[in-house]
Design a binder for this molecule. Structure first.
Ligand SMILES: *[C@@H]1O[C@H](CO)[C@@H](O)[C@H](O)[C@H]1NC(C)=O
Ligand SMILES: *[C@@H]1O[C@H](CO)[C@@H](O)[C@H](O)[C@H]1NC(C)=O
Length: 295
């Protein structure tokens, strides 16, 4: 079922966040006042909540929505948040997508399974209960949970002449599908809390995509255009929440002198470009994915 890249996507061990234009990472435990559940904001190079510094101490758990759908497995979601909270963790990264396949959130473009969306509602309400904030990723680069390939297949089904999964980033109709998904998630009214996702301080940040790569254009221009367009779109609907991209963190053509620090030469040819990508207007922080067994 799973390719190597799928396995990597599922078993990320660490996601390092650094606010953009900044060069430090902090692992201090967050101090959140009870009863003051406000949005995390960026002031200059500092993350802030209620005028106090906010420090990310995070973990990655992609499967929360899937297990929140059925009552019989929901307890695992609560248990993860309870454990994380007891360790002083403040941010959890998880999927706000599942496209086309088994227990899909989005069954076809803009067609949602309400029962699965209610699972995601539960994830947000439960995270708040344990004072954990969420990075919600909006689509996968990889095949698991649908991914860009599913979007391109939807386009083909609709009669578009698409030949590459990378046309996820370039074809206007497929970009529309993605924008519609962004809008559906951000404007979702939580059936447990009645809070619209775009107004919910439980969301730490939106993440455009899990590990975007566009190897058909190693110059990076195609992915850069997509990042800029989609960041602007998210900010238009929701100007307050932070936005991240979700890249693994490989250096690209804009920084030739740093290519030597990539895990291997081919990672500089994937159409991603760590420094340039994070300079896109509106991107609030940088991410790096760390796989201790691989790189
Ligand atoms: C589909 O697109 C490919 C590549 O862009 C092109 O070569 C081909 O002629 C197109 N096919 C049709 C039926 O338009
Ligand atoms: C949500 O809204 C509905 C309808 O307005 C209301 O009946 C319900 O009590 C509200 N629930 C919460 C948790 O605020």
């Amino acid at each position: 079922m799973a390719s190597n890249s799928t396995i990597r996507a599922l078993y990320i061990l660490g996601v390092v966040l650094v606010t953009c234009t900044n060069a430090f990472t902090s692992f201090a435990v967050a101090g959140i006042d009870e009863g003051q559940w406000s949005m995390v904001q960026k002031k200059g190079k500092q993350l802030m909540v209620n005028d106090r510094p906010f420090y990310v101490n995070g973990f990655n758990t992609y499967w929360l929505m899937a297990l929140a759908v059925e009552k019989s497995t929901r307890g695992k979601v609560s248990e993860v948040f309870r454990l994380g909270s007891s360790m002083g963790l403040s941010v959890c990264r998880t999927w706000a997508f599942n496209d086309g396949g088994w227990m899909a959130l989005q069954k076809s473009p803009s067609v949602y399974d309400e029962k699965v969306f209610m699972g995601l509602d539960f994830v947000l309400s439960e995270a708040k209960k344990y004072k954990i904030r969420l990075i919600l990723s909006l689509v996968n680069n990889w095949r698991s949970f649908g991914g860009k390939g599913q979007y391109v297949n939807w386009g083909k089904t609709a009669g578009l002449n698409l030949t590459s999964k990378d046309e996820f980033f370039s074809h206007p109709v497929v970009r529309d599908y993605y924008r519609d998904h962004v809008k559906a998630v951000l404007e979702r009214v939580n059936t447990v809390t009645n809070v619209t996702y775009k107004d919910d301080p439980t969301v730490f940040a939106w993440e455009l995509m899990n590990e975007p790569q566009c190897p058909s254009d190693p110059s990076g221009d195609t992915l850069q255009g997509w990042i800029q367009e989609m960041t602007s779109y998210v900010k238009m609907i929701d100007p307050l929440h932070l936005v991240g991209i979700g890249v693994e963190g490989f250096y690209g053509p804009s920084t030739p002198e740093r290519l030597q620090f990539n895990p291997n030469p081919s990672t500089g040819q994937l159409g991603t470009d760590f420094v340039r990508n994070h300079r896109a207007f509106g991107v609030d922080f940088a991410s790096v994915h760390i796989y201790p067994d691989s790189w």
